[in-house]
Design a protein around this ligand. Structure first.
Ligand SMILES: Cc1cc2nc3c(=O)[nH]c(=O)nc-3n(C[C@H](O)[C@H](O)[C@H](O)COP(=O)(O)OP(=O)(O)OC[C@H]3O[C@@H](n4cnc5c(N)ncnc54)[C@H](O)[C@@H]3O)c2cc1C
Length: 307
């Protein structure tokens, strides 16, 4: 055997190599290994350590996307909602959302129409339908300003987002995927009809080369950085980075329902019961620039969420 074929024998080969262990990367790895492909996933930090543990933690159809006529997107997401709930009821559970009507903002008939669509386009079977709420009588009206008189209450689900990532990673590993944490993909080159990939264990410094038939770039907000640094593509600008921040404050209301408030800049803000003693409020929508360090909320964003 010559040196080249000896080397090829020692180099592990995978059908699919996934870069990034967020919900997309782990979900893709799980799906691919379930279809019989050999899979390796490299996550630079820990599973779910990126965007996937800093979400608003909703399994939802995205009510506000209806305003942008994204009916198919909302339908698909709503159809997945009860599937996910059924698959993982220990980390996903139904939550009622109170949407107060605010005179001067979206009219009540428009809210009702949107929620009628939301109830019916996604094959909802088990979650309760939308209902009207008199805020002067119902307990959900108590923490609100008296100017709010009427609201609608609809269903979505809450998820422990990081656990959903880890459960996908675990299941992929149990099905035979090679799931690596603290492993950065440093370089990928296409040679002889396959990818040659260099990776580094960031704890031990151990570097390894593997080959792969297909690479999936599931690096979330780092996708462009991966294209530049790993694939050597210059000046890639596919994504515009927008930061959505939350604040966590002491519990603001006693019941277990969430609020979705309309803001006068046309955005919506959630206030969600969080970890028993707290309320999670968010999000903002701030330009993030190209600095990929740990994102932090700015004073302006805190003020925006508090007013
Ligand atoms: C504020 C906010 C709220 C949201 N709320 C919701 C919500 O309520 N419900 C919902 O469904 N969605 C929500 N989303 C969207 C959802 O969170 C994201 O779409 C999802 O988490 C993206 O997952 P990802 O796997 O693509 O990226 P990430 O979770 O960011 O994963 C990418 C991973 O790639 C890794 N990586 C980067 N470079 C390399 C490399 N060279 N080698 C190896 N690994 C690398 C990173 O370490 C990171 O862990 C929200 C998003 C935001 C920002």
């Amino acid at each position: 055997m010559n040196k080249q074929s000896q080397h090829a024998r020692l180099t592990p080969h995978y059908d699919v190599l996934v870069i990034g262990g967020g919900i997309n990367g782990c979900g893709i790895a799980r799906d691919a290994v379930g279809r019989g492909y050999s899979v390796c996933l490299c996550e630079a930090g820990d599973f779910g350590g990126g965007t996937s543990s800093a979400s608003t933690k909703l399994v939802h159809g995205g009510l506000r996307y209806l305003e942008h006529y994204e009916f198919m997107l909302v339908r698909k997401a709503l159809m997945e909602r009860e599937v996910l709930w059924k698959n993982a009821p220990h980390i996903i559970w139904p939550m009622r959302f109170v949407l107060p009507h605010h005179s001067g903002l979206r009219p009540a008939w428009l809210l009702r129409l949107g929620l009628f669509l939301y109830d019916h386009i996604g094959g909802r079977k088990l979650l309760p339908a939308t209902s009207s709420v008199n805020l002067q009588r119902d307990e959900v009206g108590k923490p609100l300003k008296p100017l709010f008189k009427k609201a609608f209450e609809y269903s979505d689900c809450w998820v422990e987002d990081s656990r959903l990532v880890v459960l996908n990673a675990l299941d992929a590993a149990q099905r035979g995927a090679d799931m690596r944490t603290h492993t950065t993909v440093a370089r990928a080159q296409r040679t002889d009809g396959q990818w040659r990939v260099e990776m580094e264990d960031t704890l031990s410094g151990y570097r390894q080369t593997v080959t792969a038939g297909v690479i999936v770039n599931a690096a979330g907000p780092w996708v462009d950085g991966v294209l530049r640094e790993v694939f050597g593509q210059n000046d890639v600008r596919n994504v515009r980075l927008v930061r959505g921040s939350h604040i966590v404050i002491r519990r603001k209301f006693a019941h277990d329902k969430a609020y979705i408030f309309q803001n006068d800049d046309n955005r919506i803000i959630f206030a969600i019961p969080y970890e028993g003693d707290y309320t999670l409020i968010g999000t903002t929508d701030a330009e993030h620039g190209r600095d990929m360090g740990k994102p932090e909320i700015s004073t302006e964003e805190i003020e925006y969420l508090c007013t």
